[in-house]
Design a protein around this ligand. Structure first.
Ligand code: AMP
Length: 284
């Protein structure tokens, strides 16, 4: 039977008991409103760890002014059932007050690799992600933490933080789970009207075109960006924020694909901001 905890003390007690039994622990951080993408992370964690903790927390520090903190969809009972079905043992569902002292003074600033891509339009986002993820790592003390490639820059940022701050855990990246028509699953897809939902399929078609070109041997990043933009340009409802090919190491744009890259896009469909990407290693 799955358990739910709303306090840090409860989580520590539960994890402490597992540790005394010699169990390994996996963590899947989420903002809730779970779908098959989240469930794939939980299932992977359950396959690799004895016990899985899922956090469900709409983290205020990673939202900027005017973003969708208030309207972000929430349904905890449904989330609990999905966590159980996917094999989690404990769901940590704290209030913002439980997570953040009113006079908290400590921040984490992720320089350089948080400045490109989504960092340009969401300047506080990755510092907020790092803060909450670091806190969750300290609360849950997992052996491994599972993140989706859907949020590719977040995955690279978390890996960098774990390296820089010596967190004793493994970061596991998991592939993007998509709808039947290709749209990457996202809690934010619920914001889309029927017309917008149809238009949103352009993201995955653009990503497929870019990947196919890279796989055919194209090494000029501007040619890849061009192919992706060409597909996006056919959709009148798509307002492109960025199309970039960056180094997986530095998250800086590259001209030629000579080492592992991330091709990432952010597109507004109506007022909803959607992202998609592919990783590509020319040596693989
Ligand atoms: P979120 O609740 O959106 O913060 O996402 C929590 C975790 O689930 C993050 O590591 C995401 O990258 C991951 N995730 C979200 N959507 C997907 C998806 N479609 N496929 C795989 N992982 C996902």
């Amino acid at each position: 039977m799955i358990e739910a905890a709303s306090t840090i003390a409860e989580v520590r007690e539960r994890v402490g008991a597992w540790r005394r039994e010699g169990k390994s622990v996996g963590l899947v951080p989420t903002m809730g409103y779970l779908h098959e993408g989240h469930q794939s992370l939980i299932e992977r964690a359950a396959a690799e760890c004895d016990r899985v903790v899922v956090s469900v927390f709409v983290n205020p520090t990673q939202f900027g002014p005017g973003e969708d903190l208030e309207s972000y969809p929430r349904d905890f009972e449904r989330d609990l059932a999905k966590c159980e079905a996917a094999g989690a043992a404990l769901v940590f569902h704290p209030t913002p007050e439980e997570m953040y002292w009113p006079d908290r003074s400590t921040t984490i600033h992720m320089a350089d690799i948080s400045e490109e891509l989504c960092g340009k339009s969401r300047p506080v986002h990755f510092d907020g992600v790092c803060l909450v993820v670091a806190k969750l790592f300290n609360i849950v003390t997992p052996d491994a933490a599972y993140f989706g490639e859907k949020d590719a820059q977040q995955l690279l940022v978390v890996r960098r933080m774990v390296r820089d701050l010596n967190f004793p855990l493994r970061v596991v990246g998991c592939p993007i789970v998509r709808e039947a028509d290709g749209l990457a699953k996202s809690s934010r897809n619920t914001y889309l009207s029927p017309d917008e939902r149809l238009a949103a399929t352009v993201l995955s078609r653009a990503i497929r075109a870019g990947r196919a070109l890279a796989e055919s041997g194209e090494r000029d990043a501007s040619a890849i960006r061009g192919a992706v933009r060409d597909v996006l340009a056919h959709e009148p409802l798509a307002d492109v924020e960025y199309v970039e090919v960056v180094s997986q190491e530095t998250v800086r744009p590259v001209q030629r694909i000579e080492a592992p890259v991330l091709c990432a896009i952010a597109v507004r469909i109506g007022t909803t901001r959607l992202i998609d990407n592919f990783f590509y290693d020319p040596a693989a």
